[in-house]
Design a protein around this ligand. Structure first.
Ligand code: PMP
Length: 345
């Protein structure tokens, strides 16, 4: 690394999270003068040619990477994933109908609460025990209403570190998924979903952009978050360059295997609260023998420029968010620190 390069942290933040360095460097190069126009992309009209090109490219890349079928629309929206907690029932839950919610963590609890303000929503399954969620439910545990307007699920539970590895079968009822913390971690069969939405700030860009894949109009109704979408474009272009979602999935699985491997290798020291079958590849959570040791672990990690490792304030413990931009090298650095810490403690 040359001296004029910034010293980058090992960023394990849960979101906003790290972005691929090449995507940021591209933004840096283009910041003051986007493609010879003498303006930043932020300063262009959202109806102008320059921005429109970026917008269309971001949508085309997303369609290509994820394999979005032609009869689905890709929208870039504002307001974060939480905004969709209300927008989903406002758009999809007509009077006289009820919606099913699969509750697997804090975010799905919020989603169902919001839906209940707007219409009739019922909990079709929950895995809560003592305010904690250690797993996602099996298909046989879902009490689905065959007449529901939709079934809502959270594909990856950012706080508790659980993830659906197979999606529920909801028959004819449209499946709506909040994929905020595992969108684009691998390819999924979009045609199984009526709607997928995700805050961009974990796997695909900065906060301020929400992606939605569903049937609707376009996302140029009003002024979109242009700079955020431009950065999403940069991240997607880089993702394509390195081999698309197949390569992203390979890296993510390798990262998760290394981390769970390190946890499982020392069961007297590291404790994983999540059931194996529900383990998340994105948010890897574990506990140390005492809170005192957890505090020391976090303090020593910070000194080594490893940041964002504290568990969510509602759960405590350690949480490693290993989103797409987290390199295998970063995980190697962390695993070696975990092993050293366990040996010394
Ligand atoms: N859903 C999930 C699964 C999340 O992880 C988050 C954010 N951590 C949200 C929803 C809320 O996202 P936002 O802050 O964009 O509203």
């Amino acid at each position: 690394m040359s001296d004029d390069k910034p010293k980058r942290a090992w960023n394990f933040n849960a979101g906003p999270a790290g972005l691929p360095l090449p995507a940021l460097e591209r933004a840096q190069r283009e910041l003051l003068d986007f493609e010879g126009t003498g303006m930043s992309i932020m300063e262009h009209s959202h109806r102008g040619k320059a921005y429109e090109g970026v917008h269309r490219e971001a949508i085309a890349l997303l369609r290509e990477l994820l394999g979005v079928p032609d009869d689905y629309h890709v929208l870039f929206l504002q307001g974060g994933a939480s905004h969709q907690f209300a927008m989903v029932p406002l758009n999809l839950l007509p009077a006289g109908k009820s919606a099913d919610y699969i509750v697997t963590g804090g975010w799905s609890e919020k989603a169902v609460e919001e839906a209940k303000r707007i219409g009739t929503a019922r909990v079709a399954a929950t895995t809560v025990v003592d305010k904690k969620f250690a797993r996602v439910p099996k298909q046989s545990e879902l009490q689905l209403d065959g007449d529901a307007a939709y079934v809502h699920m959270t594909s990856n539970n950012t706080l508790f570190g659980t993830q659906f590895h197979e999606f529920p079968d909801t028959g004819k009822v449209p499946l709506v998924a909040d994929m905020s913390s595992d969108f684009l971690w691998r390819k999924v069969d979009v045609s199984k979903f009526g709607l997928i939405y995700a805050g961009a700030q974990k796997n695909i860009g900065p906060s301020g952009v929400t992606v939605a894949t569903h049937a609707a109009n376009d996302s140029l109704y009003n002024t979109p978050p242009t700079f955020g979408i431009y950065l999403v474009r940069n991240v997607l272009a880089y993702t394509k360059e390195i081999g698309g979602l197949a390569e992203i999935e390979r890296r993510n699985r390798a990262k998760a295997d290394k981390l769970y491997g390190a946890i499982d290798a020392k069961p007297d020291f590291f404790r994983a609260p999540v059931e194996k079958a529900s383990r998340s590849t994105m948010n890897i959570v574990f506990r140390l023998p005492s809170e005192e040791l957890e505090k020391r672990f976090l303090a020593e990690a910070t000194k080594k420029r490893m940041i964002g490792l504290a568990g969510h304030r509602s759960t405590g413990g350690i949480r490693v968010s290993a989103y797409n931009a987290v390199s295998i090298e970063a995980i190697d650095v962390l695993v070696s620190f975990m092993n050293d810490f366990a040996a010394q403690a």
